[in-house]
Design a protein around this ligand. Structure first.
Ligand code: BDR
Ligand code: CA
Length: 324
């Protein structure tokens, strides 16, 4: 199997952690580096979580760098009600001696790390974005020359139906809508793994419990992460969802046959109560907007609309079973 060169952008995060385990384990993924951004937790916590999860995965030397501390325009709250105040649902991992990436003794920031990795790569790189897209927007604005080295941006974010941060907006896009709009309008090929499929790929509770008694570290950690109960809805008791979450976007990368997708116009709403919504134009006969004096929907992206959930659960579990 030829491995796809991948840059991961994360806000680790319980389900980003599940994705990192998968990215290290899967032979079809060549993990070139990880950029971190504020989202589920504050940036220093995201970086720390990313480094400790790489240890749990038994990863080799993967460069990690910190990027944006906040969204481009409006400040936004983290998702500690979902991921806990430490971003990992209170799961305690051994301390790590891993450090963020340095060059000649100086720390390298996420934007610079991405730029260097992209320009140095012999083949175009797939960016898998599992977080608010602030780092990507900054990269594309500061260094547009990297676009030709990007195979595509496969992002977890958005929705063609229901939201989670608001009734219509998914968290990653809601957190930094302007950044997502910049990426979608950048001309770089994009693929949207949104809530329509994200919310469907769930591990049964008994399986998550069984994983916690595995003899393998990565499986035990995955079991704890999956079993973590998530706060959903104001004042509601945390619930078990079993979602593999962001890891599903990596399943989409290595096993696209598990999805039904359509290539559709998508734009990000930037104002009002639907700020952060990805408006996905699914009309059979699009293009009527101009007849009403409105702008046409711009930006085209491949949108995942349906998933074979069992197939992705099996893929996830069999992949992390490869780790020690
Ligand atoms: C997304 O938001 C975060 O809470 C998760 O890590 C995932 O990337 C889901 O809306
Ligand atoms: Ca995430």
């Amino acid at each position: 199997m030829t491995a796809v060169p991948v840059l991961l952008d994360v806000d680790t995060g319980v389900d980003d952690a599940l994705a990192i385990l998968f990215a290290v384990a899967h032979p079809g993924i060549h993990l070139l580096g990880i950029s971190c951004v504020a989202g589920n937790a504050a940036l220093p916590q995201v970086i720390q979580n990313t480094l400790t999860v790489l240890d749990a995965a038994g990863a080799g030397d993967v460069p990690v760098a910190g990027g944006a501390h906040r969204p481009l325009i409006n400040p936004a709250r983290d998702a500690s009600h979902v991921h806990g105040s430490d971003g990992l649902g209170g799961i305690v991992l051994p301390p790590t001696s891993r450090q963020t990436h340095t060059l000649d003794g100086a720390e390298v920031g996420a934007i610079e790390l991405m730029r260097r990795i992209l320009l140095a790569s012999a083949e175009p790189v797939t960016i898998v974005a599992l977080a608010p897209q602030t780092n990507l927007a900054l990269l594309l604005r500061a260094h547009p020359e990297v676009s030709e080295k990007i195979e595509r941006v496969l992002f977890m974010g958005g929705s063609a139906s229901v939201g989670n941060a608001t009734a219509v907006a998914e968290f990653n896009v809601w957190h930094d809508p302007e950044a997502a709009a910049i990426v979608l309008d950048s001309g770089v090929k994009t693929f949207m793994y949104g809530l329509d499929v994200f919310n469907r790929v769930a591990v049964p509770f008994d399986k998550a419990v069984a994983l916690q008694s595995s003899s393998r570290t990565a499986e035990r950690v995955a079991g704890q992460l999956i079993a973590h109960r998530t706060g959903i809805g104001a004042g509601k008791e945390p619930v078990y969802t079993g979602l593999i979450g962001d890891a599903g976007a990596l399943c989409a990368l290595v096993d696209p046959e598990g999805l039904r997708t359509e290539t559709l116009p998508v734009f990000v709403e930037l104002a009002g109560t639907s700020r952060g919504q990805t408006v996905v134009d699914r009309r059979v006969y699009p293009g009527e907007d101009s007849m009403h004096g409105l702008r046409e929907t711009t930006g085209v992206t491949e949108v995942a609309l349906e998933v074979d959930a069992q197939r992705y659960v099996d893929l996830y579990l069999s992949t992390i079973a490869r780790l020690g």
